[in-house]
Write a protein that binds this ligand. Structure first.
Ligand code: ADP
Length: 496
């Protein structure tokens, strides 16, 4: 039996999963690590915490499964995206904490870029809406706040990497300084069409090219682990992708018009748009889905700030449910939601883009019960997903056929059925909800030749549960109208 070791380096924990050659999970291990919040809106990780937690879970699954190191064909890596690490190329020491994707510290740099009139230019080149999320302005902030850093960077002493690069650097003891196209496409320094660092952007932002990793396909040969890392073995690293792209791949959304939605704390929607990036001004971002050999696929991406977070709110603040899964039972205790909940806790994203919106519960009567509020909160997750998917269809001109789902809240059957009804589309939920790690394993397995091609991967997929739409058009339209009326009333609640 041969195995693929998938490393899933997430925002709050590092995970390792050992997949066998039938793509079945043999062993998993997970370790949380410190979140550092130096001030309001800032988020950091200790770069060594990222590495130490990741390597410890990797060793744990190998040891506990009792397999021979020789039987690990390859390693696949998937990771929290955009998070920025700079380190000394000689010593391998990080220069500063990792600046996490959520961190807003470089927002003023984004404003500056917009003032310089670069917004449209950056969007056209990178597919991204300029934002502090992406790595570029995090690098600029570090240059301005760490003494002597810029000079050292210009002298070629400094390496930049997203988390995939940091993990590979350490797995190889400094032999590999690389990233893959999907991670590169989240830096705001990457030319989406040329599939390379964009020299003009680097010049405009004054970022020395010397710090950047080389860019590889998502599936291919990145290099080997150093023998000291895993008891003498040299294991090839043959698959790398950012977490959302890995999930799209793990869900086998190989063809144009296939899309996945990950229902976690927030929701992340990605739609395969085929061989061309869709770059529009609607606020969705275009990104590389993956590159394997000559095949390059792009995706449209949209996110919802408050997905499962709204269920946490029901549990922790409203105390309406004891735990997240019990929201399903409560929702089914009433015939209809009766009310509309708009969980615009921190404003609304696509397609409304109103940071001043705040949440509301609409249509309350003397008969409104807790179950109504719970049901309506679950429905709100589906409504928001519907809004984003509709925008994706509009931007791309592509009609979605089905939606593949994963993430914690996709376990909720009521939510999935409501989503199917609302979209008038089948919802496909795999038995194994670990799409992200599976995607990394698939990419690595293809890269090392354990699996021949994408066709073979389709045969490895485990059984799905399919939710079929059961409602008619007038039901749908009525629901959507009601939702939009409620959203309307939450807009611009806070004053600018
Ligand atoms: P993340 O990766 O963002 O931490 P997960 O994929 O682990 O998220 O999903 C956790 C989220 O899903 C939480 O916000 C939780 O409230 C929600 N959740 C988990 N199970 C259910 C369920 N059965 N019904 C509704 N929401 C759920």
């Amino acid at each position: 039996m041969k195995y693929i070791l998938a490393l899933d380096q997430g925002t709050t924990s590092s995970r390792a999963l050992l997949f066998d050659d039938k793509a079945q999970i043999k062993k998993t291990a997970q370790k949380e690590f410190r979140q550092i919040y130096p001030q309001e809106g800032w988020v950091e990780h200790h770069a060594w915490d990222i590495w130490n937690s990741q390597i410890s879970v990797a060793r744990e699954v190998i040891e506990e499964s009792g397999i021979d190191l020789q039987d690990i064909s390859a390693i696949g890596i998937t990771n929290q995206r955009e998070t920025t690490i700079l380190w000394d190329k000689k010593t391998g020491d990080p220069i500063y904490h990792a600046i996490v994707w959520q961190c807003r510290r470089s927002a003023s740099y984004v404003e500056e870029l917009k003032k310089r009139g670069l917004e449209d230019f950056l969007r056209e080149r990178t597919g991204l809406v300029p934002d502090a999320y992406f790595s570029a302005t995090k690098i600029l902030w570090l240059f301005d706040h760490v003494k002597g850093l810029r000079e050292r960077a210009e002298a070629g002493e400094i390496a930049f990497g997203t988390v995939d690069s940091w993990i590979m650097w350490n797995l190889s003891r400094g032999q590999i300084h690389a990233t893959d196209v999907t991670n590169a496409s989240r830096t705001m320094l990457f030319n989406l069409e040329k599939l390379d660092w964009d020299q003009e952007i680097l010049d405009l932002l004054d970022i020395p090219r010397e710090i950047l990793p080389r860019i590889e396909d998502s599936s291919g040969h990145f290099g080997f682990t150093h023998p000291e890392v895993f008891g003498g073995a040299r294991i090839p690293i043959t698959g790398v992708a950012g977490d959302q792209q890995a999930a799209l791949f793990g869900q086998l959304c190989f063809e144009e018009s296939m899309a996945k939605n990950t229902y976690g704390t927030g929701c992340f929607l990605l739609m395969n748009t085929g061989s061309r990036p869709v770059i529009k001004k609607s606020g969705l971002v275009a990104t590389v889905a993956w590159k394997i050999g000559e095949e390059v696929l792009y995706a449209l991406e949209g996110s919802i700030f408050n997905g499962g977070a709204a269920i946490q709110w029901l549990r922790d603040e409203m105390k309406l449910i004891a735990d997240a899964p019990s929201s399903e039972e409560a929702a089914l205790e009433v015939e209809d939601s009766g009310v509309v909940v708009v969980p615009a806790f921190t404003g609304l994203g696509a397609p409304y883009w109103d940071m001043y919106a705040r949440g509301g519960i609409f249509g309350i009567t003397r008969g409104t019960k807790r179950q109504h509020v719970i049901r309506a909160t679950l429905e709100a997750i589906a409504f928001q997903s519907q809004d984003v998917l509709e925008l994706m269809e509009k931007d791309s001109g592509i009609k979605l056929k089905s939606l593949f789902v994963d993430g914690g809240a996709s376990a909720n059957n009521f939510l999935m059925q409501f989503q199917a009804d609302l979209l008038d589309m089948e919802i496909i939920r795999p038995e194994n909800l670990e799409s992200t790690a599976l995607g990394a394993a698939f990419l690595a397995g293809l890269g090392v030749g354990l699996w021949k091609d994408k066709e073979e991967l389709k045969n490895l997929k485990t059984e799905d549960r399919i939710f079929l739409p059961q409602k008619d058009q007038s039901w749908r339209q009525e629901k959507i109208n009601l939702w939009r009326r409620a959203v309307e009333r939450t807009l611009q609640w806070e004053e600018e």
